[in-house]
Design a protein around this ligand. Structure first.
Ligand code: BGC
Length: 521
């Protein structure tokens, strides 16, 4: 339904260029920037179920847990300081992505990645050697700064480097390394929790130094993107780089468009104020709503608290950590499906299919937990089949997320912004994402305690809303060169009213100056 979904592929320009080994390697290295984020998402939930860690830093939570054994399971982990440990990081990431936006624009994408790696390294070091709660929190704030920088720059880097026909697949490399990071963290937690002496949590937290080193070294060897080089005045080098990346000599058309995009972008003195212009209404709406909806799927309830959740529904500590490993494997596997399908089936199909799948699973999980735990949270003896059904539906839910909102929540924003607002709009995307990651992390345990199984229905409601939103308002962006994206808005039943011809006098868009009007707009 083109009126709703926007235009199909095949209209407009087709820049020559191949999926060269050079671009592949570059994108794989850059995508590893997702490892730090993933490692952190996965590690904190597991660490907070490790008894020696709780006893040392959050004694009251541990005492409450011990004392509460037979009572209300929904509330045993409800502690503001414990949640602050998990969520302080996301507030820091929110703030730093705003600074990172200027660094990414003025100094290039790779320098932002470098800062990200270094800050994250420092945070991991402090956490690994933590002696008091304040060290834990300071460490996590540094980790958060690192993540803000990396999440600001890596998705942009990937979308700019990739030949447009493979942009989806290469960009999802970022999400793939997030999921690999989560899985590695879950597996490590499982083994480190068994270390006699009870200091395994130090290895879990300090282990974050490894992905930090990977992105630090990676950022030193990576080239900057041609878009960013042009933006910073290195025009000749940028052209040579573009030829190298695309593996063809005939890059004239794409190059001209990049230069034109950059010229338009230079006219803008205040990228932030600029964002408020009417013609950017569709972009700003997506920069806010996509990350908001991504977090309101409730995914991080599973990612942060899977061990807590599974132990709440009656698993022993060990099998709770094991279940987190299982969901971690599903998360990685389903992301690979998305890499395969995103440039074939398109973004909208994945969004909508994933939405329906998550909705069904959330309803089933709510029903299962409601049936056994009821309102008072005291389940009595739980049969084995029960645990299997809950874990199974949680896995199907995770798969639904992992091939839809997970990767697309990073891909779509990074590909829809014109260069002149790209860094600023991306930092809004990162900030909103972090704000709601923080909010979910911070209130989840309290919500579980009060809403009980209804918590899953709360998120199901949002999944319904976001799917309707995608259906009516999100145009398909598959197969459209990044500097040509404005035509998806121009032909959209709703957004076209914001994008007037006047904004793009040459019939094209920001790169219209390159002399190439866009066909079939
Ligand atoms: C989200 C994270 C989430 C992860 C799960 C990412 O796209 O931004 O919040 O934990 O996916 O794989």
């Amino acid at each position: 339904m083109p009126a709703v979904g926007g235009i199909g592929p095949g209209t407009g320009k087709e820049y020559p260029g191949n999926l060269t080994p050079y671009v592949m390697v570059t994108c794989i290295v850059a995508a590893m920037g997702g490892l730090i984020f993933g490692y952190d998402i996965g590690i904190s939930g597991g660490v907070t179920t490790m008894t020696p860690f709780l006893k040392r830093f959050f004694r009251s939570v541990w005492e409450k847990k011990e004392a509460d054994k037979s009572k209300n399971q929904y509330c045993q982990y409800d502690s503001q300081t414990l949640t602050m440990f998990t969520s302080s990081l996301y507030l820091a990431a929110l703030l730093s992505s705003i600074v990172a936006s200027t660094v990414t624009r003025k100094l290039g994408r790779k320098l932002s990645m470098l800062f990200g790696g270094l800050l994250f390294f420092a945070g991991a070091l402090i956490n690994g050697f933590a002696k008091a709660v304040w060290m834990l929190i300071v460490g996590r704030i540094l980790l958060g700064f690192g993540i803000g920088f990396a999440n600001q720059s890596v998705p942009l880097y990937l979308s700019e480097m990739a030949p447009y026909r493979f942009r989806g697949a290469l960009n999802i490399g970022f999400q793939l390394s997030i999921t690999v990071g989560i899985l590695i963290a879950n597996v490590l937690n499982y083994f480190f929790a068994k270390i006699k002496g009870g200091w395994g949590w130090r290895l879990s937290l300090g282990g974050a130094m490894v992905p930090a080193l990977i992105i630090t070294v990676g950022s030193l060897v990576l080239p900057d993107t041609p878009n960013s080089m042009i933006e910073r005045g290195q025009t000749e080098e940028a052209k040579a780089k573009l030829k190298r990346i695309r593996g063809v000599d005939d890059v004239e058309e794409e190059f001209r468009d990049l230069v034109a995009a950059s010229e338009t972008s230079k006219l803008i003195e205040h990228p932030w104020r600029n964002l408020l212009q009417r013609k950017y209404r569709p972009h700003i709406t997506m920069a806010i709503l996509i990350p908001f909806f991504q977090q309101l799927t409730g995914i991080n309830v599973i990612m942060f608290y899977a061990p807590v959740l599974f132990s709440t529904i009656g698993f022993k500590d060990d099998s709770a950590l094991m279940s987190a490993v299982i969901t971690g494997v599903v998360n990685v596997g389903a992301t690979v499906v998305s890499i395969y399908g995103v440039d074939k089936w398109g973004r909208r199909f994945l969004f909508l299919e994933g939405g329906v799948q998550m909705l069904i699973c959330q309803a089933v999980v709510a029903a299962c937990i409601g049936a056994k735990f009821g309102i008072n949270g005291n389940p009595g003896e739980l049969p084995k089949w029960y645990a299997i059904v809950v874990v199974l539906f949680i896995c199907i839910y995770v798969a639904g997320f992992a091939w839809s909102w997970g990767p697309l929540g990073w891909l779509v924003p990074s590909e829809i912004f014109p260069l002149e607002i790209r860094s600023a709009a991306q930092s809004i995307n990162v900030s909103v994402n972090m704000l709601f990651t923080f909010a979910v992390a911070q209130v989840f345990l309290t919500m579980l305690c009060h809403l009980k199984f209804g918590l899953f229905l709360f998120f199901a409601f949002f999944v319904l809303i976001m799917s309707v939103f995608v259906y009516y308002f999100l145009p398909e962006t598959k197969g459209i060169p990044i500097e040509e994206m404005s035509r998806v808005w121009k032909s959209h039943w709703y957004w076209s009213r914001f994008v007037e011809d006047l904004d793009y006098p040459n019939g094209g868009m920001e790169m219209g100056k390159g002399g190439q009007g866009v066909k079939d707009v």
